[in-house]
Design a protein around this ligand. Structure first.
Ligand SMILES: Cc1cc2nc3c(=O)[nH]c(=O)nc-3n(C[C@H](O)[C@H](O)[C@H](O)COP(=O)(O)O)c2cc1C
Length: 250
């Protein structure tokens, strides 16, 4: 059966949004280090993951993956790999958030396959068939992206020109940017459902990769521990520096 393409602009009208409800979610999100034994209902967890997948992402190439650590053996090993942190040991769920640098090519094709209109605009088709390859791909015999960088710098002499990404490490940063936004969506969604989370980068990556069996291009962005906040789950009041330090007008 051919896939029925959904017409564009059929989204429901924008609903009224109560900013105070959003503020509650943002302001009550904390990194929770101890959780109760209460499980997160499966539907809630899946809803939070669905919301994570709605994060904005570069060229819509969706470079993220989420691994739910479910088997008891892997759970125990993962808590150890997370340096026995309470947030990992007590979490109802452990979710490994991964950024991929090698899925962009396949996803370029998939964007076109999922395009929501009968006719794909030419500029879109050109971009995903050719432009993305030029933009994200690496030149042969240019592992560090130096040639690509040079070409871009020359092209940029006379007009604004994208200077990046050129190397594998550029692509790692590229994938991590979008995946971080998905991780934040996940944590805010958990909070909106009344649950909590702790993002963790305190882990032994080598051990973690062995447990999750990650492909070689995968970067472990963080492990998110999630569950119901325990009474002693927050270690201290939230600290933020003066906003003048961070917000600049130019
Ligand atoms: C990338 C990243 C890594 C983190 N790693 C850990 C960690 O390994 N263990 C931990 O307890 N908290 C970790 N945190 C939580 C931070 O310590 C926490 O976000 C910060 O202290 C601010 O507190 P708040 O989240 O409650 O506002 C991490 C947060 C981020 C964003």
């Amino acid at each position: 059966m051919p896939e029925i393409k959904k017409p564009r602009y059929q989204e429901p009208p924008l609903p009224e949004i109560d900013v105070e409800e959003f503020r509650k979610v943002v302001m009550t999100r904390r990194s929770v280090r101890r959780f109760t034994d209460e499980p997160i209902p499966e539907a809630v967890l899946q809803d939070c993951l669905d919301m994570a997948l709605l994060a904005p992402n570069s060229s819509n190439l969706q470079p993220w993956e989420f691994y739910l650590v479910r088997s008891p053996e892997k759970r125990a090993a993962m808590a150890k790999a997370c340096l026995n942190q309470n947030a990992a040991k007590t979490a109802a769920e452990l979710i490994v958030v991964v950024a991929r640098t090698a899925t962009w090519k396949r996803h370029s094709t998939e964007v076109l396959e999922h395009w929501p209109e009968e006719t794909i605009p030419r500029v879109v088709e050109e971009y995903y068939k050719k432009g993305a390859k030029v933009h994200y791909g690496r030149l042969p015999l240019d592992p560090m992206g130096k040639v690509k960088k040079f070409i871009r710098n020359v092209a940029g002499l006379s007009r604004p020109f994208p200077r990046w990404p050129n190397s594998q490490s550029d692509m790692e940063l590229w994938a991590c940017k979008s995946t971080s936004l998905a991780a934040e969506n996940l944590m805010l969604a958990l909070r909106a459902h009344g649950f909590d989370s702790c993002p963790m980068e305190g882990f032994d990556e080598k051990r973690l990769r062995r447990i999750v069996k990650l492909p070689s291009d995968a970067l472990v962005l963080m492990v998110v521990g999630a569950g119901r906040r325990a009474e002693n789950g927050i270690y201290h009041a939230q600290i933020r520096f003066n906003r003048d330090r961070f917000i600049h007008e130019i």
